[in-house]
Design a protein. Structure first.
Length: 433
């Protein structure tokens, strides 16, 4: 229990560091371009701790569900209305937009007029807003590099861990026992023992870390098969007969396929450090998977609602929130596994969280970072187009018009986060047990 709690705390701190690292990207690039940053906070709500250094107040707030860097002048003034003027237009959301403009303008002191966010060129604003997600991407690359190039990847070994007494399909429960009259496995009949290391099958040799190749060779084998094992320093030939059985699918662990069956469980092999190319491959694969998962989020709402409020089974491949991810971190540390394995799993999970932060924040909807990047790109396109046509500069894009969208997105995000919180607390995803 203590290790579980410790793991939850450590992983939660790791997520908070990831959030602070994200905000640091916005902060540093904003300062580079002379934008004033009055606040740098991790969390929302009531301030728990803060300290002002120079012109910026740094701190932690009570609800650790994100963070923010407040830059002055995020919203440009209304056209023709001055910095504090109200728009002449009317509409159901016009008051909201005008109030937001006024609030934004009130942050600007006379000496800081030229340090506003909206006054910077579009490419600078894009750099500032992309700086946060980019920091998450950099952190994820660093974590994967530590896991793959530093710790290494555990290979599948060829040493026998256990010998099954009777033939059971892969779909049978883990604790299933042999029934009277059940056929013995080929390995049991041939005299395999725990601790044997399989070195050859029908003349094909296998090294200590060639477990995957060995399993593939067993699956395509059929009938009489000569297996060579190393036992107590001696090599023994064990004639056996490989039979067909339902075994776990390599590509889908939840599915079974008919294939050759011997009846042995294999111990894991050694950790082998990978090169930089493996980091690139892993990053590409997880970005692709995470991107698909984000696209599929709307379709997962019914299942998440059912898991949160109706007691339905939680989808192991479904989304998790900060609480759920922290619980998984606790589970990892609570396992009686080698430190190397726990650290690898722990860092991989934290890297996956940072990939999610990177991709999610790039969605072109406010109040996410992409909700500021997209208008800046559009503004740049308009300015260049107007210049080519000999027309006057159209001025900045009025991002205040996106505030109604931001409110709707914020409400959806709050509802989604609430469902995730309930599901993570009362029906959590478990990797172990």
């Amino acid at each position: 229990m203590l290790m579980t709690v410790l793991g939850i705390v450590i992983f939660f701190v790791g997520i908070l560091i990831s959030i602070a690292w994200h905000e640091l990207g916005h902060f540093v690039t904003a300062r580079w371009f002379g934008i004033k940053v009055p606040e740098f906070f991790v969390g929302f709500g009531r301030t728990v701790w803060s300290r002002k250094v120079g012109e910026t107040e740094y701190g932690i707030k009570a609800i650790p569900m994100g963070g923010y860097v407040r830059m002055i002048g995020m919203i440009p003034p209304a056209k023709g209305g001055g910095n504090l003027g109200r728009s002449r237009r009317t509409g159901p959301f016009q008051g909201l937009m005008d109030d937001a403009r006024q609030q934004s303008a009130m942050d600007v002191l006379p000496q800081d007029v030229d340090r506003q966010f909206w006054m910077r060129s579009p490419w600078k604003r894009i750099v500032v807003m992309f700086g946060g997600p980019f920091m998450n991407l950099i952190l994820a690359i660093g974590l994967f590099a530590v896991v793959l190039m530093g710790i290494g990847v555990q290979q599948e070994g060829t040493q026998v861990r256990s010998v099954s007494a009777c033939v059971l399909p892969a779909s049978a429960p883990v604790d299933a026992t042999c029934t009277p009259g059940a056929a013995p496995t080929p390995a049991a009949e041939a005299g395999f023992r725990a601790g044997d290391r399989i070195v050859a099958l029908n003349g094909q040799s296998f090294g200590p870390n060639d477990g995957r190749a060995l399993r593939e060779a067993i699956r395509v084998a059929s009938g009489p098969t000569l297996v060579t094992v190393e036992r107590d320093g001696r090599r023994l030939d064990l004639p056996t007969t490989v039979i067909e059985n339902q075994v776990q699918d390599f590509n889908d662990p939840k599915a079974t396929v008919p294939a050759g069956f011997l009846g042995v469980g294999l111990l894991p092999g050694d950790y082998v450090r990978q090169d930089a190319g493996a980091v690139v491959d892993e990053m590409g694969a997880i970005i692709s998977r995470t991107g698909r998962a984000i696209i599929e989020l709307p379709s997962r709402v019914p299942a998440l609602f059912g898991a949160a409020f109706m007691g339905e089974e939680r989808d192991e491949d479904g989304p998790v929130g900060i609480v759920g991810a922290s619980r998984l971190g606790g589970e990892i540390l609570a396992q009686e596994a080698p430190l190397r394995a726990e650290l690898s799993f722990f860092l991989t999970l934290l890297a996956a969280v940072n990939i999610s932060l990177f991709l999610f924040n790039l969605l072109p909807i406010p109040p996410l970072d992409g909700g500021q990047i997209f208008p800046a790109i559009w503004e740049s396109i308009k300015r260049h187009s107007y210049r080519l046509m000999g027309r006057p500069d159209p001025g900045p894009v009025d991002v205040a018009k996106l505030l109604p969208v931001a409110m709707v997105v914020a409400m959806i995000f709050i509802a989604w986060s609430g469902m995730l919180l309930v599901a993570d607390l009362f029906n959590p995803i478990r990797f172990f047990g």
